[in-house]
Design a protein around this ligand. Structure first.
Ligand code: C5P
Length: 133
């Protein structure tokens, strides 16, 4: 069983960073919270910081876990952590594109199936928390 950790990266003006997948074909073109697989023995927060340095060339401060845990196929469990950028400007190293979305844009993208299916589990919590900011 492996864990995938994703980052709910927020900006000071209440936006969320989404990354557009370029692979595999089933999800290419869809948008996700960026992240990746936790290495054996690695802490979740450390894994997220490593993945975001590799994928987006940013350093993040990691916060709390989002409530929903998603079971993916192939013995993969997906979790997400709140995060904010402390250094760097995000660059799409492995993704096709990056975008900062407002809560309304996030809801529209979820409603029109533009998100990676697994990540839709987090949309209610993402919207609730971002609206409070
Ligand atoms: O990014 P990576 O290819 O390492 O992700 C591993 C698995 O986790 C893939 O099946 C991917 O679709 C899934 N994933 C996801 N939502 C994310 C990040 C990864 O469903 N936010």
């Amino acid at each position: 069983m492996r864990t995938v950790v994703a980052g709910a990266i927020t900006s000071s003006d209440g936006r969320l960073l989404l990354a557009q997948r370029s692979y595999p074909v089933q999800v290419a073109g869809l948008w996700e919270l960026p992240g990746g697989k936790v290495e054996p023995g690695e802490e979740l927060a450390a894994a997220l910081r490593r993945e975001l340095r590799e994928e987006l060339e940013i350093d993040v401060e990691v916060g709390a876990l989002l409530a929903e845990t998603v079971e993916l196929a192939h013995d993969l469990t997906l979790v997400a952590l709140w995060a904010r950028i402390v250094d760097g400007v995000p660059r799409a190293v492995e993704h096709s594109r990056l975008v900062w979305v407002s809560v309304d844009e996030l809801e529209d993208m979820a409603a029109s199936n533009q998100l990676v299916p697994a990540d839709t589990a987090w949309v209610p919590e993402l919207c609730e928390v971002l609206r409070q900011r």
